[in-house]
Design a protein around this ligand. Structure first.
Ligand code: GLC
Length: 424
């Protein structure tokens, strides 16, 4: 079913000439093809926070659609998935049909016309979904993807040691002596040099009332007192040891394992951790932790909205099957199953008000999750996101390790965002 073609020299030059923002004719032409195509499809996604329930809902689909079976291919994290997708798109490859794209990558893929737009007869009904999630799937007014999971950073805390969760960084740091007395680390998030660090830094900056870009979405605001205060929260806590030294290598999973092993008093992570830390054989914190909104400076903080939107590869030959599969994945039944079985934050609004779910002790985080999504901040929306996030994660990493002053790191981030957004 694959029609692998090589990107012609001329269109490659066009793509490069426009610094990655070209709208090659191939994408435009491809958008008119195979809209009624049906057959087996391949679904690719990052497995960083996905659990076994994803495979179960795909098995259910496959039993019901023997001629339109879905093959799942998973990548270890969102960065690896991104690089692989770009490679396939540039080859105009039909191998992948449905792409589980990190919300921050939609603008880049859409600007290149790598995604099949949902318009005209090839449309999707998003009225049952959370507006914040639908916004992540749009680019320049057009819907390019189907929201599938949303994600909000939550503060996991040891309720056996800290009865009431801290609302501010100051309160949180005030509890660190409890951790020190017990030989535990106080706080960790994800501080390895990858997309997760951009998330954690964006949240620290938002806690202090700052952001990397202004509300217009393009004017950089990284070099401001609020951003300095935000990044300094992480830099100072790392220097003092309240963020343990090993946390500089943590992605989501390593930080979850440290919390489950009882090595941390506080953990910033996504909702998928809740069911695992409550049930894993090796978790020593079962029944001993609670969940709250992330800390801020004068009150609760704000998460950087995460999540995955499913999009259809513009070069897919089975777009009718792909669309049906997207609709299935965002149906209330599947969304409910993924919430209950793997703590996946749903995109369907009604599930956040479902009494049965709200009363379920295993979903004790649903209220904090909904409040966090409602006040979430965005990472910068730009087709040049890879350059922007690289500047944020590399500079913040150097600052946290004490290798670059906070002011200089933010100046460099500001310059990188300015360079990227002025190309738009
Ligand atoms: C989760 C989020 C995604 C984010 C990533 C960072 O997968 O859903 O938006 O970029 O974590 O590691």
């Amino acid at each position: 079913m694959s029609t692998r073609r090589t990107l012609s020299a001329a269109s490659a030059a066009l793509v490069l000439a426009a610094a990655g923002c070209a709208t090659p004719d191939s994408g435009l032409d491809a958008a008119g093809r195979h809209l009624d195509g049906r057959g087996p499809i391949t679904y690719v996604q990052a497995s960083d926070t996905a659990g076994v329930a994803t495979k179960q809902v795909i098995e259910t689909w496959n039993r019901r659609h023997p001629d339109q079976r879905v093959t799942l291919r998973q990548f270890s994290d969102v960065d690896e998935l991104h690089d692989n997708l770009v490679h396939h798109f540039k080859a105009e490859d039909a191998d992948y049909d449905v792409l589980g794209a990190d919300v921050v990558t939609i603008a880049e893929y859409a600007a290149h016309r790598w995604l099949q737009p949902f318009k005209g007869a090839y449309t999707l009904d998003t009225s049952a979904l959370l507006e914040q999630t639908v916004k992540t799937a749009r680019y320049q007014g057009t819907l390019y993807a189907a929201p599938f999971m949303t994600d909000a950073g939550l503060l996991y805390y040891r309720k056996d040691l800290v009865p009431r969760p801290p609302r501010t960084w100051q309160e949180l740091l005030g509890h660190c002596k409890i951790a020190r007395e017990r030989g535990m680390g106080c706080y960790a998030g994800q501080f390895a040099k990858y997309e997760g660090l951009t998330v954690n830094v964006a949240e620290a900056v938002a806690a202090a009332g700052g952001s990397f870009v202004k509300a217009d979405g393009t004017t950089p605001s990284a070099d401001t007192p609020a951003a300095r205060k935000g990044l300094s929260l992480l830099v100072d806590a790392y220097r003092s040891g309240d963020i343990p030294k090993e946390a500089i290598t943590y992605q989501e999973e390593e930080s979850r394992e440290a919390f489950e092993a009882g090595k941390l008093l506080f953990l910033r992570n996504w909702s998928y951790v809740y069911p695992l830390a409550s049930s894993d054989g090796g978790s020593v914190v079962k029944g001993k932790f609670g969940v709250a909104m992330l800390p801020g400076v004068s009150g609760p903080g704000r998460t950087a909205l995460g999540g995955q939107d499913n999009a259809v590869n513009v070069y897919s030959e089975h777009k009718a099957t792909a669309r049906d599969f997207l609709i299935y994945l965002q149906s209330p039944g599947v969304q409910r199953e993924l919430l209950i079985k793997q703590g996946q934050s749903p995109v369907v609004k009604s599930l956040y008000h479902d009494k049965k779910l709200l009363d379920d002790p295993a979903l004790g985080y649903l209220g904090a999750l909904e409040r966090s999504i409602a006040t979430a901040t965005e990472r910068p929306v730009t087709p040049f996101y890879p350059a922007v996030t690289q500047a944020i994660s590399q500079n913040a990493y150097a600052a946290i390790k004490g290798e670059k002053p906070v002011g200089k790191a933010l100046e460099d981030i500001q310059a990188a965002i300015l360079a990227a957004t002025s190309e738009q």
